[in-house]
Design a binder for this molecule. Structure first.
Ligand SMILES: [Cu+2]
Length: 387
């Protein structure tokens, strides 16, 4: 009798406890919301006391893609097409350097290709990409009339399967769908900073994007590949017109699960080296939230050099900047003016440690900038926050 009661009680306890065991990723998502609130409060306090001209009234608020209205989404998409139709500055001033560049959008890709050996896996990674995104936003507004918020792709919301993200649903308010499924493909070996090679196995797509605003026939990629074989003509800077391809991967998207973000923001304390490590490495092997964002999209997005070919690059890197910004925002005083690392990828060839005065080149996109000018999202040229 006692045994039966014990069994019954045990059964009841398990049945009751099971649904109450919190899903660790749900817990991490809630934690991210708390960290974001904290960062927002700290930022608003900071600018309330500052005299930089950046105020709670005029600060630009960047939003998650799903928080944009449909007209804002369409306008954002239209302004990317607009940039991809405006003339190239490189073509006008230095055509032999990048004979494949045809448009202003290509100027961004060429600059990214040129700077890749210095701005990945290095102390320039975060500030360089922050500024690249800022210059892109500036162009969307100034040259193409975009007036909405700069969107980011919060990949923690679709980490179980990026095919379920609204961003990739193939509608006219998405960045297009997956690539057409191509069976029997081989893994793609991609070159990473520091001479590492990572094999990317085929996933759920592999061919041209067939639906949405960046489908075959509506959007053309001209530069690259640079980061894997076969390279495009002229080392990937030549004219190589083709469709946008994708290969959405529910394996690599695990690298952008919510707990990977809390591991960085909570786990790294005041250590910027740890932040950079969590971006591109997970437990000492290539991975991390930055790399996993690229790898779960696949193909064009895999190319460390020419990845801005896929417009999702901008939303991914805005999200990468958001994670850095939220980390900074937990202790603005202690974390904003930190530097880490050197100015070459994996320090190959070796370069001195960067300082706040280390400069980075932005090619035809704008004047060179020091790290100091790029570390605070609410000073100098910047006045933005994440919602
Ligand atoms: Cu990059």
């Amino acid at each position: 009798m006692l045994a039966r009661v014990t069994i019954l009680l045990t059964f009841l306890a398990v049945a009751l406890a099971a649904p109450l065991t919190p899903d660790p990723e749900m817990v991490a998502s809630q934690r991210i919301a708390v960290l974001q609130k904290q960062y927002q409060q700290n930022t608003l306090h900071l600018i309330a006391a500052a005299t930089t001209g950046c105020t709670a009234e005029n600060i630009r608020r960047r939003k998650e893609w799903n928080a944009l209205t449909n007209p804002e989404k369409k306008s954002f998409i239209a302004s990317i097409h607009c940039l991809n139709a405006l003339p190239s500055e490189i073509q006008r001033t230095n055509a032999t350097h990048a004979p494949g560049a045809r448009t202003r959008y290509d100027d961004f890709i060429v600059t990214h290709i040129d700077q890749t050996p210095f701005v990945h896996g290095s102390g320039l990674f975060l500030p360089f990409h922050r500024h690249l995104v800022h210059l892109f936003e500036t162009d969307l507004r100034a040259r193409c009339g975009y007036a909405g918020p700069l969107p980011y792709w919060d990949w923690t919301r679709s980490w179980r399967d990026p095919r379920r993200a609204q961003l990739f649903d193939g509608s006219d308010t998405s960045l297009g769908g997956n690539g057409r499924f191509v069976p029997g493909r081989n893994a793609t070996p991609i070159g990473l900073p520091g001479g590492l090679v990572k094999l990317i196995p085929p996933a759920t797509g592999g061919g041209c994007v067939t639906e949405g605003p960046f489908a075959e026939g509506k959007y053309e990629v001209r530069l690259g590949p640079v980061g894997y074989e076969p390279k495009g003509p002229d080392g990937g800077l030549g004219y190589n017109p083709r469709c946008l391809t994708r290969d959405l991967s529910p394996e690599f998207s695990k690298g952008t699960r919510p707990s990977a973000v809390t591991a960085l923001v909570d786990g790294c304390k005041d250590d910027l080296g740890c932040v950079n490590e969590e971006m591109d490495m997970a437990g000492g092997v290539p991975g991390g939230i930055h790399a996993s964002g690229h790898w779960q999209v696949g193909l064009h997005a895999l190319d460390v050099y020419a990845s801005p070919s896929d417009p999702v690059f901008w939303l991914h890197h805005t999200q990468v900047d958001r994670v850095w910004t939220i980390w900074q925002g937990q202790n603005i005083e202690g974390r904003t003016r930190q530097v880490w690392g050197t100015s070459t990828a994996a320090n190959i060839p070796p370069t001195p440690n960067v300082t706040l005065d280390t400069m980075m080149d932005l090619g035809v996109l704008g004047p060179a900038k020091s790290i100091r000018q790029l570390v605070s999202p609410v000073e100098g040229e910047y006045c933005y926050m994440y919602e």
